[in-house]
Design a protein around this ligand. Sequence first.
Ligand code: HEC
Length: 219
Amino acid sequence: MRPARRRSHGLAALALLCACSADEVVTARADGAIEAMIRSAGGAAPELPVVGPHLNWSPFLCMMPPAARALHSTVEAEDGHGSKIYALRSNQGEAYMKLGTEEEVELPLFTVLVKEAFAPVLHAGENAPSPHSTPGWELAASQGYIPFAERDGLTYRTGAPRGLFVMLRLPEGTPDTMDGWAFGTVDAAGRVTGAGAMESCIRCHRTAEYSGLFGWREE
Ligand code: HEC
């Protein structure tokens, strides 16, 4: 804690600088800051590594980057991120994968978690096609995941992008966050459609087991 006298000195100087009262300086909020952070997290999403267990590649493919399977969201609700296929991206994938294990983990400040959502499109045939027999697999593999997900014996592939669901770790007590977690949504065109303590996210995530996070789910 800094001595009160020094602090009020500093504030007085600031108040003079911006020609407003010290009270205004103290209570000024960083309006728009979280939105800007969500926008840049969304912009950076393609460069964030995909989180997930590595697949066992055939020797032919073992030179490819590790890939994670596109997962079906287990959330059924239409207004959440149900009924989409997503790839999860993060700058802290390794730590994230330890949630729920014996190791105690705390995700560091500025952890970014991005669910990259796609419409599921039914893929002809009962089984997921072998990725290297599928047109476009090289592209998909270079993006870091296999673009197929199974459900109830049917195989789906990733269709049109459905936007990004972002969580960003900020210091606990940051205004407009849930205990430090800022939420955000970015539409397929890159526009931020929500940022901050979004009630539409918090109503579920406040119940999540690992301080706001659900952790990795294998389907
Ligand atoms: C209906 C409940 C529900 C709502 C509403 C919801 N989520 Fe989730 N979220 C989940 C569940 C459950 C998971 C775990 C993965 C899965 O099953 O899809 C999850 C996982 C996530 C993850 C991966 C990190 C983690 O928790 O493990 C992110 C990021 C995320 N959600 C963002 C959002 C954002 C942003 C919103 C609001 C726009 C939102 N969620 C709204 C239930 C919900």
